[in-house]
Design a protein around this ligand. Structure first.
Ligand code: SAH
Ligand code: SF4
Length: 363
């Protein structure tokens, strides 16, 4: 069992089964005297039937069920608040010891995407990001990451909104690569055929580029990768993303290339995220620089209109400027998409998640 994670619930001293990926769960069940196939059965109950009551697991022997009940539980914190946007986006809030976790559901024509958080707050303090400005509180446990998906799917089914999420993006609160072990363990459950069973191409891990962790990641898991680049050179990136002084653009892109070599999930290239900040990184020259910077990187570029939040002095580039920027990239042969802002009326858009229900944007 993974010794790095604190899987015991202090108050009950019971193991939360949502903390255990297949390998950890198998070890635990074998320690109770269960057979190997029991792992599939239990995972099926938890992730296919959304069952958190051992008594209902009729194909598990009474003896094992009693042991499970004594030593473990299946606990997913409830959503304490739900906000629905005019565009159908839903923001859910979980509260654990007064700390808030935000999860966002984004329905589209052909898919329904869940944006999950990996930390409460973020230590990296990117200047354009409300999460970063709110500061860092702690890493989420595996069970707290998994509970977001479990609750979302259960809620969507019960309310007949959708059959469950089809895509998951790690673009909520926090930097996933600074919570590497828990995020990878959660990804294993999301990918597992008896877990949520999503394909690796439908799961996106977004990172500002923590190079040592990105170098490890390719040996741990294969999922779609998004790199938050946001600048065409180090001097601009240093100004808006303090982490660039530690891991500069070329080290991030080199590490990204190594990940791509190993990865099947990223056959179409890595996603490059680029938030459009008026007068900061959005000139024609910046677009040309970005194109030459990425000439060696198989990639598609997502241009993100900046979402405002209280206390920030940035402005988003105009749609006209974003279109001109995108067209320069397209003429150079890149796929450049302009991301639609979803859920900004409920502060559920990229970079607006602070765990604070009452935060207000300047809009
Ligand atoms: N920490 C990770 C994942 C969470 S942020 C990362 O940085 O990639 C998810 C995405 O939202 C990132 O691309 C981030 O740069 C972007 N973002 C942050 N603040 C934003 C804002 N105010 N407007 C638009 N996008 C923002
Ligand atoms: Fe953290 Fe990502 Fe926000 Fe930067 S953009 S502060 S890395 S959450």
């Amino acid at each position: 069992m993974n010794k790095n994670i604190n899987i015991l619930n202090i108050s009950t001293s019971k193991i939360n089964l949502l903390d255990l990926n297949r390998q950890d769960l198998r070890c635990f069940l074998i320690s109770l005297g269960a057979k190997n196939f029991c792992t599939d059965q239990i995972m099926n109950w938890i992730y296919n039937y959304y069952c958190n009551d051992f008594n209902k697991m009729f194909n598990i022997s009474k003896k094992i069920r009693n042991q499970l009940y004594e030593k473990s539980h299946i606990f997913a914190s409830k959503f304490i608040e739900e906000k629905v946007s005019y565009d159908g986006t839903i923001k859910w809030i979980t509260s654990i010891h007064n700390q808030k976790i935000e999860t966002v559901y984004i329905p589209e024509k052909k898919r329904s995407t869940l944006c999950v958080s990996s930390q409460i707050g973020c230590a990296l303090k990117c200047h354009f990001c409300a999460t970063g400005q709110a500061g860092f509180q702690r890493n989420l446990k595996v069970s707290e990451i998994i509970a977001q998906v479990w609750r979302a799917n259960k809620t969507l089914k019960e309310k007949k909104i959708a059959n469950g999420v089809t895509n998951i993006v790690f673009m909520g609160m926090g930097e996933p690569l600074l919570n590497l072990n828990n995020v990878v363990s959660a990804l294993k459950i999301i990918l597992d055929k008896n877990g949520f069973g999503l394909s690796k191409r439908r799961i996106t891990l977004s990172t500002s580029g923590i190079v040592p962790a990105l170098d490890k990641l390719r040996h741990m898991i294969d999922v779609s990768l998004a790199i938050s680049l946001h600048a065409p050179n180090d001097s601009i990136r240093n100004c808006i993303m303090p982490i660039n002084k530690k891991y500069n653009i070329s080290s991030v892109l080199n590490s990204t290339l190594k990940y791509l070599k190993y990865s099947n999930a990223n056959r179409g290239g890595v996603t490059i995220e680029y938030v459009m900040l008026d007068g900061v990184n959005d000139s024609n020259e910046n677009a040309q620089q970005l194109a030459s910077l990425l000439s060696r990187i198989p990639s598609k570029i997502n241009l993100i209109p900046w979402n405002s939040f209280l206390g920030s002095s940035f402005l988003s580039s105009s749609m006209n400027r974003i279109n001109i920027f995108a067209n320069i990239l397209r003429k150079k042969g890149f796929t450049a998409m302009i991301r639609k802002n979803r859920g900004d009326d409920i502060h559920a858009a990229c970079g607006q998640l602070t765990g604070n229900i009452t935060n207000r944007s300047k809009k």
